[in-house]
Design a protein around this ligand. Structure first.
Ligand code: CP3
Length: 333
């Protein structure tokens, strides 16, 4: 059994597996080198030789306990036929949402469009570097994908009233997402994903209708992953009530963000926890980093815990600080 499955299934509190969200990314010089030669991000995600290499980069360097596939949550709208571009120093930018066109896309068309993602997984399935490690597949949560598909760009300044105006558009897009998120998950599991993580990066923007936008759609996806016999990790970033979320949605593990007080949380929580550390701590100094890591590990001494961050690792992170992080987690007694 892998260290993370040991935590998830056997509720082992003696080990602290470690991996980092966005571990395959811009803080790595070897990633930046590939990226420089591949200015089209979507094309890079669809190049299974390069995406395989990028997925393995952080494993080779740091020996993390899991590899997360190099892909993006926005590959899903791309797969259904909405244009997705990544602009330098701007982030993602999506094309118009032509719902009637997207509703005609079949399971086969979609799976064909994302074939290189599944090929990446099947190629890595028996890779020696991943022995006794998990291979994490992922999706965006329905809410976060809805936000990108309708808002077209990152909602860094929040969502306007305009966003919620067209109820039919919202409802039909949510139905479409439920369908294709499940297809994408099934394809990833069939190709070799051993865990699925659901990224709900903009969950913190939900202010009303929590059942409609957060609980019901996430529960539907979580139950689907469980029905396929694979553990599922939820990351509803920025929500105010993680306890209520886990009671309703019941993921196999919950990834917390850095605004959660872990001490208070575990009084009310009976499922394994992942993450929490503010990625900005990696920009401070070694001493502070060690201190903060140890305080998380101390809180979770008697609770199954996978070490990770409270959001993705920042591009400006120094490599040496990541070595320090891994060493500190591994040396904790
Ligand atoms: O975690 C990993 O290492 C695996 C790969 C991965 C990427 N994106 C690669 C990527 C994963 C799991 C994601 C998830 C993702 N993508 C999320 C959820 C997690 C989170 O950070 O909140 C979201 C919201 C996206 C959408 C997205 N993709 C944005 C907003 C951006 C641009 C800004 C940014 O944070 O970089 C991307 C681009 C992206 N996805 C990059 C990488 C390595 C950077 C591409 C580059 O410019 O080189």
């Amino acid at each position: 059994m892998t260290p993370i499955q040991e935590c998830l299934i056997n509720k082992n509190t003696k080990i602290n597996p470690v991996w980092l969200m966005r571990q395959a990314g811009r803080y790595l010089p070897e990633f930046r080198e590939i990226r420089k030669l591949n200015p089209d991000f979507i094309k890079l995600c669809l190049n299974h030789n390069l995406s395989e290499e990028i997925t393995l980069q952080p494993i080779k360097r740091f020996g993390f306990d899991a590899a997360i596939i190099f892909s993006d949550i926005l590959m899903l709208p791309f797969g259904i036929g909405q244009t997705v571009q990544f602009k330098k120093n701007f982030g993602p930018s999506l094309g118009i949402l032509e719902l009637d066109k997207l509703q005609k896309v079949t399971n086969n068309d979609f799976s064909e469009n994302l074939l290189p993602v599944y090929k990446l997984l099947s190629n890595l399935k028996n890779n020696k570097d991943l022995e006794n490690r998990d291979l994490i597949g992922f999706v965006g949560a329905p809410w976060t994908l809805l936000v990108y598909m309708i808002n077209k760009v990152s909602p860094k300044k929040g969502l306007s009233k305009e966003f919620f105006k067209d109820k039919i558009l919202i409802n039909e897009t949510l139905d479409l997402l439920d369908k294709f998120i499940k297809i994408h998950i099934e394809n990833q599991i069939k190709a070799g994903a051993t865990i699925i993580q659901i990224f709900d990066s903009w969950a913190g923007l939900i202010q009303n209708d929590f059942d409609k936008f957060l609980y019901n759609p996430t529960l539907s996806i979580v139950n689907y992953v469980k029905s396929l016999g694979v553990p599922v990790i939820c990351f509803p970033r920025g929500i105010s009530d993680y306890v209520k979320f886990t009671k309703i949605v019941k993921p196999s593990m919950i990834n917390i963000d850095y605004n959660v007080d872990p001490k208070n949380l575990i009084k009310f929580l009976d499922i394994p926890v992942q993450g929490g550390l503010d990625p900005k701590i990696l920009l401070s100094n070694r001493e502070n980093l060690k201190k903060q890591i140890n305080s998380y590990l101390e809180v979770f001494r008697d609770h199954p815990y996978v070490f990770n961050l409270g959001h993705g690792i920042l591009p400006e992170t120094e490599i040496d600080m990541v070595y320090e992080l891994v060493e500190t987690v591994r040396n904790y007694k």
